[in-house]
Design a binder for this molecule. Structure first.
Ligand SMILES: [Zn+2]
Length: 53
């Protein structure tokens, strides 16, 4: 049995509308590298150290 690497499922597609890019199993994002830069990063809180959570 091989070790279970932390990879995502195979054959996932970028969730960007009309994008048919297949995401790498090492890409745990919902978008391909192209669209990852284009989508708003609102869902990704940058500041982990907040005054009060
Ligand atoms: Zn894409």
């Amino acid at each position: 049995m091989g070790k279970m690497l932390k990879t995502s499922a195979e054959g996932r597609k970028c969730t960007f509308p009309r994008c048919t890019h297949i995401l790498s199993i090492y890409n745990h994002e919902a978008y391909c590298h192209i669209h990852l830069d284009q989508v708003p990063q609102e869902q990704k809180p940058k500041s982990l150290t907040r005054p009060h959570a």
